[in-house]
Design a protein around this ligand. Structure first.
Ligand SMILES: [Zn+2]
Length: 347
């Protein structure tokens, strides 16, 4: 049930954005590794990283292009060796998300980044899963895992990854597709997604971040995904916009990531407002928050400040985030009641 949203003055809007309950549906857990945790894990595991101090590492986070981002991203991942490391990484993200009033999160993980280094699938999934279970009890945040295939690798490798993960089928709710988009269209993974669909897994895919609207069409029609990650290029295709609106296919949009990777020249140019006005189930998310300049609330605050979105957009985004999630209908209704409560009592 939607409520009538009262106007909120610009100086009070940030407080409303912080306070409203929200779901995060596009977060790569490896992209939440902060410099101090990388440094602590490097020391704990005696892994050599090419940075002498936390400060030097932090300065390297001011990367200037894709290659310098990837250098630091892989240096970061290299310190993750044991179940406890994966637990600590997820725990740190979940604690941070809870501070932003994220009530529910669906977390991407990239097993191939770790299995390629000789880390076992069991180590990755068990560590992440334990952190999700504990977060429910200790941080009052619900969390599920979505296994992502790296699309620059082959479909055969994706099948191998799926095989390794299936003994843990109860610990993840779906599969996704991430990494470099251009040149790796969704249809490259048609057979492995068909298999995942038979297994009853939820399906999502990155599409239309840098890639063309055609990738969104094939993600929908060939992979049969339920959500599109990013999808901001859909505004270039009117028929696609109608399809997304009609079928209520959510888009997990990540404004600060788009800014950092120059998908939009400045935040003021972002099309999140246009997507909402067109009736799409658009949501705001953080993507790789340690690298792209902020967690959930920072994405909301900067986007609203730059684009002039107002309280009714905040309400729509909060409702959309729970509608777009894979939680069961009863829980969805309870979260939406909490959103309504916050907006009704805010003044
Ligand atoms: Zn992403």
């Amino acid at each position: 049930m939607n409520i009538a949203v009262k106007p909120v003055s610009p100086d009070r809007l940030p407080e409303l954005l912080r306070r409203m309950p929200k779901a995060e549906l596009h977060i790569h857990i490896e992209g939440s590794l902060e410099p101090d945790l990388i440094f602590a894990l490097a020391q704990r595991n005696s892994v050599a990283i090419p940075y002498a101090s936390v400060d030097e590492l932090r300065r390297a986070y001011a990367f200037t292009n894709l290659q310098s981002f990837l250098d630091i991203y892989y240096a970061g991942a290299s310190v993750l060796l044991h179940e406890q490391d994966f637990y600590d990484m997820a725990r740190a993200y979940l604690a941070r998300a809870a501070m932003d009033n994220v009530a529910h999160t669906e977390i991407f993980f990239d097993p191939q980044t770790h299995t390629a280094r000789g880390v076992k699938m069991d180590t990755v999934i068990n560590g992440l899963h334990c952190a999700c279970v504990d977060a429910q009890a200790e941080l009052n945040i619900s969390a599920s895992l979505i296994l992502c295939f790296l699309r620059h690798l082959s479909e055969t490798e994706a099948f191998e990854t799926l095989e390794q993960a299936l003994p843990h089928r109860d610990k993840f709710i779906g599969v996704g597709l991430d990494s470099s988009e251009l040149g790796h269209p969704p249809e490259k993974f048609a057979r492995v997604f068909a298999r995942c669909r038979e297994l009853g897994l939820h399906l999502v895919a990155h599409a239309g971040e840098e890639g063309p609207p055609a990738y969104i069409w094939t993600a929908l029609d060939i992979l049969k995904v339920e959500r599109i990650d990013h999808g901001v290029q859909s505004s270039k295709d009117a028929a696609l916009m109608q399809r997304l609106a009609r079928d209520r296919i959510p888009l997990t949009v990540c404004p600060l990531s788009n800014l950092k990777l120059c998908v939009f020249p400045q935040l003021a140019d972002h099309n999140i407002g246009a997507l909402l006005e067109a009736g799409l189930v658009a949501t705001i998310n953080s993507d790789d928050p340690a690298y792209f300049g902020g967690y959930m609330n920072e994405n909301f605050l900067q986007t609203f400040a730059a684009t002039g979105l107002a309280a009714q957009h905040a309400y729509q985004l909060a409702c959309n985030s729970f509608e777009a999630s894979f939680i069961e209908p009863g829980a969805k209704r309870r979260y939406l009641d909490q959103v309504n409560e916050v907006f009704a009592s805010f003044d």
